[in-house]
Design a protein around this ligand. Structure first.
Ligand SMILES: Cc1cc2nc3c(=O)[nH]c(=O)nc-3n(C[C@H](O)[C@H](O)[C@H](O)COP(=O)(O)OP(=O)(O)OC[C@H]3O[C@@H](n4cnc5c(N)ncnc54)[C@H](O)[C@@H]3O)c2cc1C
Length: 533
């Protein structure tokens, strides 16, 4: 096989696979090199005990772009998503289980039983947020405004923003800015009276965030979660993937191969080869070299520029900006095989499989804020926020009859511990998670047959996420849009000609969306047309 390609993609995460598929589909001879023995990055299904498979890292598909699903024909490669209904549920220790129904009327009816005033507010705010999210939506599949454009390009960039925002009114701009910059906690306290309803909205909106709910910028999740997703382009879509999240990346890998891309697993890249400030290929850790004039990195920005590129090839201010990206922690994951169904308090006797599968354990805004405060000082909180998904209720292929798969996303934990290290504290974290779950589902501790604890350090070591950050960089306003990954470099290019970024560290950011991969490939193809790549 020839070792010269038109394009090489470093990493077979879902964004690398998406980028490679679009490049191959456009006729480029494309190679994907992945360090792990499986494709998928942090969108994978892995065996955690004999015969028992789990979505070890990401576990719910919410914002996967419908365009990517269609263009890559993922359904024809086996992708099947079952919408979550409810989207999520919060159990309270008084025995009340509060669901967030997919159907708006049903949801408002549910809230009305707790607070008629809050139910009305919810309906009003939801409609408002959905409208605002629609203004942001088009930016997801195109580069953010290029604030450093000059000359004619500056005019076209200004025209693009004006076109997208021409219908937004003054009051809507005011509200948009307040959602982008304000804190979720303050917003909820200002608008809602019921602590339970505030907690339900919290549970849906600070996912994976580096910051307690009262930190400025946390209200942004309200908008992000209303971007449409899934095949039907539903706003606020949440889906269970049959076969686990790995079914998405298996379908993407099949699409990439069908379009002609070649995938090499167990092939860690050691360096990007650079000559005269141009990328000319990659060299693997075993010394194998592959040549291409386009190298697209799916690795996060710190890993890409601080470890795969010789620093002397990069401008010092760029290196400094990359070093400054905030991305430590703050999440972990505990995956379990259970010998019996977990019985969470408040679950009705006639609950559907959907109602028996989603439980977010966070009792209040204050609890979440305290939990973050402890973690930010390098300690593992005694009391953790845990998001449990019993995926085997929806997908019986994951475990043999009688066994259940429960994945538990944990927030907040530090990347750097003040005392000791994560190798010494892995099981302590697992024990604290089990203890928290036992408060709501007392039968769980006795039902555990297998347990896998993924600390931030494990996320870094196994999945290649620098500092364990699940989004390749925090999703804060100063690290989003034209500021992602760093100011001046939001157009997927880098100071090295022909070297691009296509992962979650690029616009529009993390989550299983396929958007950065799609946008980066489009940029490569545009540049090739203009002969600058
Ligand atoms: C615990 C956890 C839970 C999450 N939950 C959800 C969720 O429920 N829903 C959701 O939408 N999102 C979730 N996310 C976030 C989401 O999974 C990620 O933001 C997204 O998958 C990132 O995709 P990516 O393709 O950009 O990068 P990655 O998936 O990180 O892929 C990068 C790839 O590059 C490879 N690589 C790195 N360096 C090299 C090298 N030197 N040589 C070769 N290959 C290399 C890596 O091995 C990896 O395969 C979660 C993430 C985690 C970790």
């Amino acid at each position: 096989m020839s070792s010269t390609y038109d394009a090489i993609v470093i990493g077979a995460g879902h964004n690398g696979l998406t980028a490679a598929s679009y490049l191959a589909k456009s006729g480029l001879k494309t190679l994907i090199v992945e360090r792990r023995e499986i494709v998928g990055g942090c969108c994978v299904t892995e065996e955690i005990a004999p015969g028992c498979r789990a979505s070890t890292t990401s576990y719910i598909a919410s914002m996967l772009r419908p365009e990517v699903i269609r263009d890559l024909e993922l359904a024809s490669h086996g992708l099947r998503m079952v919408p979550c209904d409810p989207y999520l549920q919060v159990p309270f220790l008084d025995g009340h289980l509060l669901p967030w129904w997919a159907d708006q009327e049903r949801m408002i009816g549910e809230l009305r039983r707790i607070s008629p005033a809050d139910a009305n507010t919810f309906a009003r705010v939801d409609a408002d947020l959905k409208k605002l999210a629609r203004y942001l939506q088009p930016y997801f599949l195109e580069p953010p405004p290029d604030l450093r454009a000059t000359g004619f390009h500056r005019l076209t960039e200004m025209g693009r923003v004006a076109r997208r925002m021409r219908q937004i009114s003054g009051p809507e701009i005011e509200r948009m800015i307040s959602f982008l910059t304000g804190s979720l906690g303050d917003f909820l306290d200002r608008n809602y009276e019921s602590e339970k309803i505030k907690t339900l909205i919290l549970a849906n909106n600070v996912y994976g965030k580096h910051g307690g709910p009262y930190q400025p910028g946390t209200a942004i999740g309200l908008l992000f979660h209303l971007l449409s997703g899934g095949e039907q382009e539903l706003q606020g879509f949440y889906g269970n993937v049959i076969g686990g999240m790995g079914a998405i990346t298996q379908a993407m890998a099949a699409a990439a191969r069908k379009f002609g891309a070649e995938i090499r697993i167990s092939s860690p890249v050691a360096k990007v080869i650079v000559m005269n400030r141009c990328a000319t290929g990659v060299v693997l850790e075993d010394g194998t070299e592959f040549k291409a004039s386009v190298v697209v990195s799916n690795a996060d920005p710190k890993r890409t520029f601080l470890t795969l590129v010789d620093l002397k090839e990069l401008p010092p201010d760029f290196v400094q900006a990359i070093q400054g990206i905030k991305m430590d922690g703050p999440c972990a994951k505990v995956n379990m095989v259970l010998g019996e169904e977990p019985k969470f308090i408040g679950t009705p006797a006639d609950a559907t499989p959907g109602q028996r599968s989603l439980f977010t354990l966070v009792p209040s805004l204050e609890f979440a804020e305290r939990c973050y405060d402890i973690a930010k000082h390098g300690e593992i909180p005694e009391q953790l926020w845990v998001d449990c998904v019993v995926a085997s209720h929806i997908d019986r292929t994951l475990a043999p009859e009688g066994k259940h798969i429960m994945t538990c996303f944990v927030q907040y934990v530090p990347y750097k511990l003040r005392n000791g290290n994560w190798d010494q504290n892995r099981e302590l974290l697992g024990d604290r998670v089990v203890r928290k779950i036992a408060e709501y589902a007392p039968n769980v501790p006795g039902a555990i047959l297998a347990r896998q604890v993924l600390t931030p350090l494990d996320l870094e070591r196994t999945y290649g996420l620098t500092e364990g950050n699940i989004f390749h960089g925090d999703l804060t306003l100063d690290q989003l849009f034209s500021w992602r990954p760093v100011p001046g470099w939001s157009q997927y290019r880098s100071p090295i000609r022909g070297l691009y970024l296509c992962g979650a560290g690029a616009h529009p950011g993390g989550g299983v969306t396929g958007a950065p991969g799609h946008n980066a490939a489009r940029q490569v193809l545009r540049d090739r047309k203009r002969r600058i790549a």
